[in-house]
Design a protein around this ligand. Structure first.
Ligand code: FO1
Length: 319
């Protein structure tokens, strides 16, 4: 069994390829929910929806989020009444948020709404788990003030200078049902090529999740989302630097070093191999850019083969 931890677009692309080489019942995915936002009275869970849309084959490929061919008529009409329109809610996407709201309003949890939505999109077999059913939100401290991550990312287009990142609510949050079990039972835990600060960071901030990762006996692998200090998409480098870190794959390894066995880095970062190994983390150097499903499946295959070779060398980590 494989358990993955991930955020939105990078994780979704990787997982689509992984599902090309393993069967869906073998996979559990623990998804960041700290990007979630309430808008028009609905709960939007961008990372969960991005994974569901990608795995079910309806993602808007160009944007990497939202539904392919979606229209924005509602948003246009909402503008007339002065509602905020910076958050691009498509008409088809809207139905997902309305359904989630209906489940939650009827007393259901985010976990329950997620598995119901996944089933409606034909994904009954992969276990898609929000990290927590408790409310956790990422807020960014900038020179333009403190704002929700979505505001910083979309409304402000990542322009303000970042001074800090607050993941609000993690002290009180507990792991959602099956999260801890899926980490414990996994032969391999994969940290997807997602932002280490605002996608993987919030999941690891839930104390019992991090503790379970440290204790779990499966082999723990992460894929660095950085190449020469830059992610393909999103603000990972800006946020890392804003927190006083260097934006590098070595820094990614440092953030996960207490539980990580293997870091997969891009060829362009091969020069960092020794500094990562010095942290006690093995390194696989390969092509981590995954423009299509085949390249993502190739990366997954390479990782699983490498993990096998590590397990043979280190029998105490195998099951
Ligand atoms: N990303 C954007 O860059 N602009 C948007 O207007 C936008 C709207 C949106 C609506 C629903 C949804 O599920 C995702 C959406 N995203 C949008 C993506 C999202 O903001 C981020 O990619 C993730 O939160 C980061 O993982």
């Amino acid at each position: 069994m494989i358990t993955a931890l991930g955020g939105g677009s990078g994780a979704a692309k990787f997982l689509k390829g992984l599902l090309g080489i393993i069967s869906p019942e073998e996979l559990s995915v623990i998804v960041n929910t700290a990007d979630d936002m309430d808008i028009y009275g609905m709960r939007v869970s961008p990372d969960i929806d991005t994974i569901i849309y990608r795995l079910s084959g309806i993602i808007d490929e160009k944007k990497g989020w939202g539904v392919q061919g979606d229209t924005f008529e509602f948003l246009g009409a909402a503008a007339r009444f002065g509602f905020p329109t910076w958050f691009g809610l498509g008409d088809r996407d809207l139905a997902t948020h309305l359904f989630r709201k209906a489940v939650i309003d009827a007393g259901g949890t985010l976990s329950e709404s997620t598995s119901k939505i996944a089933r409606r999109f034909g994904l009954g077999e992969v276990r898609i788990l929000p990290m927590s059913d408790d409310r956790v939100e990422t807020w960014i401290e900038t020179d333009a003030g403190e704002m929700h991550f979505q505001e910083y990312y979309i409304k402000w287009a990542m322009r303000p200078e970042v001074h800090g990142v607050k993941i609000k609510g993690t002290e009180r949050a507990s792991a959602a049902p099956f999260v801890l079990e899926s980490i414990e039972r996994a032969n391999i835990v994969i940290i997807c090529p997602s932002n280490p600060i605002i996608s993987i960071g919030p999941i690891l901030k839930i104390r019992e999740v991090r503790n379970r990762l440290v204790d779990a006996s499966g082999l723990k692998v992460a894929i660095s989302p950085l190449m020469r200090g830059k992610p393909l998409k999103g603000p990972a480098d800006k946020l890392m630097r804003g927190l006083g870190m260097d934006a590098s794959s070595t820094q990614v390894a440092r953030l996960y070093a207490d539980f990580l066995d293997l870091l997969v880095i891009d060829r362009s970062d091969a020069g960092e191999k020794a500094s990562i190994e010095a942290l006690g983390v093995s390194v696989l150097v390969t092509d981590t850019i995954i423009p299509d499903e085949q390249s993502s499946a190739r990366l997954s295959r390479e990782i699983l083969d490498f993990v096998e070779s590590i397990k043979q060398k280190r029998p105490h980590t195998s099951h």
